[in-house]
Ligand binder design. Structure first.
Ligand SMILES: NC(=O)c1ccc[n+]([C@@H]2O[C@H](COP(=O)([O-])OP(=O)(O)OC[C@H]3O[C@@H](n4cnc5c(N)ncnc54)[C@H](OP(=O)(O)O)[C@@H]3O)[C@@H](O)[C@H]2O)c1
Length: 258
């Protein structure tokens, strides 16, 4: 059996979100320790009750990942003794341009970069020392199909997810010889608060439960990239391969513009 088949301890940031909470439910089982992080206390408590009923040992933490010193200190505390087997870095934000082409709100752009990039990298940096000492571990970084080619409706989001894709791919090459697996998860449209607030077409949208099942099953095989749904992922991959002028034109025809 693959070492990644049955993680005994799983840390999830963004556990209160659509995908994060569905993942928590998927991994909840007897003998599994779940560490769930998010901002909304009531959602975390309800999720903990559900996961405990499924037999998991659950620890919750309410916090803002933008408060990096506190967040990093909490992660270091979690890793005292032993690091989680699997860390799912799902916390994320989105912003978009206005319906009439108005620029993204700058404060929202800063917040997005802090959560999607800085906090994701801070998570990795804080859990890595314990994983490297132990000589194994798995980290799944949440990018997006928007990382293949920037979407005109969500420039900052696309940029942040492209950064995470490159970061994850680089980490994977660096850390694989030490027994640490790094995976870049690239979902298409998955029903969640973030997805509902996003403008533009949302082809092949999946329920969060389906996405979580596919992510859990996919991570067992330790893929470099886990992108879905397959057809949309293939189309988005082509956007990166084609000449940029052709891709931009395609995105305009497909109405991914304000
Ligand atoms: N849904 C999609 O279509 C889609 C597609 C591609 C990629 N993704 C990626 O998948 C991941 C999960 O997205 P989702 O759809 O589940 O979104 P979501 O339902 O909006 O959840 C976002 C999660 O991030 C947490 N978060 C945001 N800002 C935070 C902060 N400052 N401090 C702590 N936690 C914070 C939220 O916590 P609170 O709710 O408690 O504030 C929530 O748990 C994200 O990285 C997203 O970019 C999603």
């Amino acid at each position: 059996m693959s070492r990644y088949a049955r993680p005994k301890s799983v840390l999830i940031t963004g556990a209160t979100g659509g995908i994060g909470s569905a993942l928590a439910v998927c991994y909840a089982a007897p003998g599994v320790r779940l560490v769930l992080h998010g901002r909304r206390q009531a959602q975390l408590a309800a999720l903990a009750t559900r996961c405990t009923a499924a037999g998991a040992d659950v620890l919750t933490a309410v916090g803002d990942v933008r408060e990096r010193p506190q967040f990093r200190a909490w992660l270091a505390e979690i890793c005292t003794g032993d690091a989680p087997d699997l860390v799912l870095v799902t916390a994320g934000l989105n912003t978009h341009v206005g319906a009439q082409g108005e620029a993204e709100d700058w404060a929202s752009v800063e917040a997005l970069l802090e959560v999607n990039v800085w906090a994701a990298m801070a998570t990795v940096d804080a859990v890595l020392p314990a994983m490297r000492r132990r000589g194994h571990g798995q980290i799944a970084l949440f990018s997006s199909l928007a990382a293949f080619h920037g979407l005109p409706l969500t420039p900052s989001y696309s940029a942040s997810k492209a950064a995470i894709k490159a970061y994850g791919e680089a980490l994977r090459g660096w850390l694989a010889p030490e027994g640490i697996a790094v995976n870049v998860v690239m979902p298409g449209y998955v029903d969640s608060l973030m997805c509902r607030e996003m403008p533009g077409p949302k082809p092949c949208q999946w329920p969060a439960e389906r996405a979580a099942r596919v992510i859990q099953a996919g991570l067992r095989a330790n893929p470099a990239r886990l992108s879905f749904p397959r057809l949309l992922a293939f189309g988005c991959w082509w956007l990166a391969v084609l000449p940029a002028a052709v891709s931009s034109r395609l995105l305009r025809v497909l109405r991914y513009v304000p």
